[in-house]
Design a protein around this ligand. Structure first.
Ligand code: BDR
Ligand code: CA
Length: 308
C-alpha cells in the first residue's frame, strides 16, 4: 500500500483523482490538501468537501494556499465553471474541513512519519512549494512527487504553458529544482486520457454513486473542453497520477532535464523539457510520454466498482 497525500484544486478531473485515491486498495490516502487553482480557495476547498461528503470519504481535508507565491492569481472557470465543479448535484455537505493549514499538515505529517510518503499534487504547486521552503527537512521523508502539470509540447493556458504550472510558476520552480524524484504527468500524456463515450458508458454501467458522479462530472467537463479546445472527448488529466501509483505499467516515462521558465514573458510557466538530451544536463524529472489507454481506464473502472 502506498502512503500518499493528495493535493488538489477540484476541479472535475481532481474529483476523479480523489475517487481513485480513496477507493483503490493499493493506495493509503492519508490526507487531502487543497489549493487555489481552478477556482478560488474557498470554492476548491468546498468542492473537496462536497466530493468527500457525497461519497462518504472519511479522510481529513486541509485548506492551504489562497493564491500563488509571486504572480497574480489565475483561475480556470472557463473549464470548471462558476463553482469550480459545475454540473453534478452534490446534495447536503455534512463533512467539515480541518482547522490546521495544509502547509503545516504536510510538514507535520512528513516529519512525524516513520515511512516515506508520496506527494501527489494535481493543482498549482503553491502548497508543496511553500512546505519545501518552510521546512526543507521534509525532503528526507518524501518518497517521490507524482504531479499533474506541464507539457514538453503544447500548453493549454498559453501556447507555452500548462495551467497548473502557469498558475504558480515560482512554486513549480521550487519543486522541479528540489532534487527530489519528480514524475510529471504533463499534457502530452493526459491528452491521451480521453473520456470517450465508450469509456463513460462503461463506467456509467456500474450504476453506483461513484460511477454516477463520474458520469455527471464528465457531462459538464466534455462540454467545456469541447467549447474551449475543440476536444470531441475530454482529457481527464489528474487521475493519471494516482493510476501511475496503482500500476506504473499503465504509463511510460522518459527521464529528462526539465526547468521552469520564469523570465520569459511569452513562455512564463513553461516546463522546458530537454526531450533529446541536447543540453547534456542530468535528468531531474521522469516525464510521462505514453498512456496505455485500456489499462488506465480499466483501473478507473475497477476502482469505482469497489465503491459501496
Ligand atoms: C490541469 O488544470 C486544471 O484545470 C485541471 O484540473 C488539471 O489539473 C490541466 O491543465
Ligand atoms: Ca487540477
Amino acid at each position: 500500500m502506498k502512503k500518499i497525500i493528495l493535493d488538489v484544486d477540484p476541479g472535475h478531473d481532481d474529483a476523479v483523482a480523489i475517487m481513485l485515491a480513496a477507493f483503490n486498495p493499493e493506495i493509503d490516502l492519508l490526507g487531502i490538501t487543497v489549493v487555489a487553482g481552478n477556482q478560488t480557495l474557498e470554492k476548491t476547498f468546498n468542492n473537496a468537501l462536497k466530493v468527500c461528503s457525497h461519497l462518504g470519504i472519511d479522510v481529513p481535508v486541509y485548506k492551504g494556499m489562497p493564491g500563488p507565491m509571486v504572480r497574480e492569481q489565475v483561475i480556470a472557470d472557463d473549464i470548471h465553471g462558476e463553482t469550480g465543479l459545475d454540473g453534478p448535484d452534490f446534495g447536503e455537505i455534512t463533512k467539515k474541513g480541518e482547522t490546521m493549514h495544509a502547509v503545516d499538515y504536510i510538514i507535520e505529517k512528513l516529519l512525524g512519519s516513520d515511512e516515506k510518503i508520496t506527494l501527489v499534487p494535481t493543482g498549482p504547486l503553491s502548497n508543496i512549494g511553500m512546505a519545501l521552503r518552510k521546512e526543507p527537512r521534509i525532503k528526507e521523508k518524501i518518497e517521490q512527487i507524482v504531479l499533474m502539470g506541464g507539457a514538453y509540447q503544447l500548453g493549454n493556458s498559453t501556447p507555452a504553458a500548462e495551467f497548473n504550472i502557469f498558475a504558480d510558476p515560482e512554486a513549480a520552480y521550487v519543486v522541479f529544482s528540489s532534487g527530489l524524484p519528480v514524475v510529471m504527468m504533463g499534457l502530452d500524456l493526459t491528452r491521451q486520457a480521453l473520456a470517450t463515450k465508450e469509456v463513460v458508458d462503461k463506467i456509467g454501467s456500474l450504476n453506483n454513486k461513484a460511477s454516477k458522479l463520474f458520469v455527471d462530472l464528465m457531462e459538464f467537463f466534455a462540454k467545456t473542453q469541447h467549447d474551449v479546445f475543440g476536444w470531441s472527448a475530454p482529457p481527464v488529466h489528474d487521475p493519471t497520477t494516482v493510476a501511475y501509483l496503482i500500476d506504473p505499467s499503465c504509463i511510460e516515462t522518459k527521464p529528462m532535464y526539465c526547468k521552469i521558465e520564469l523570465k520569459s514573458e511569452d513562455s512564463y510557466g513553461r516546463t522546458l523539457c530537454d526531450y533529446f538530451g541536447i543540453l547534456k544536463k542530468e535528468p531531474n524529472v521522469d516525464v510521462a510520454v505514453k498512456l496505455d489507454f485500456d489499462k488506465f481506464w480499466n483501473i478507473v473502472y475497477e476502482t469505482l466498482k469497489l465503491y459501496k
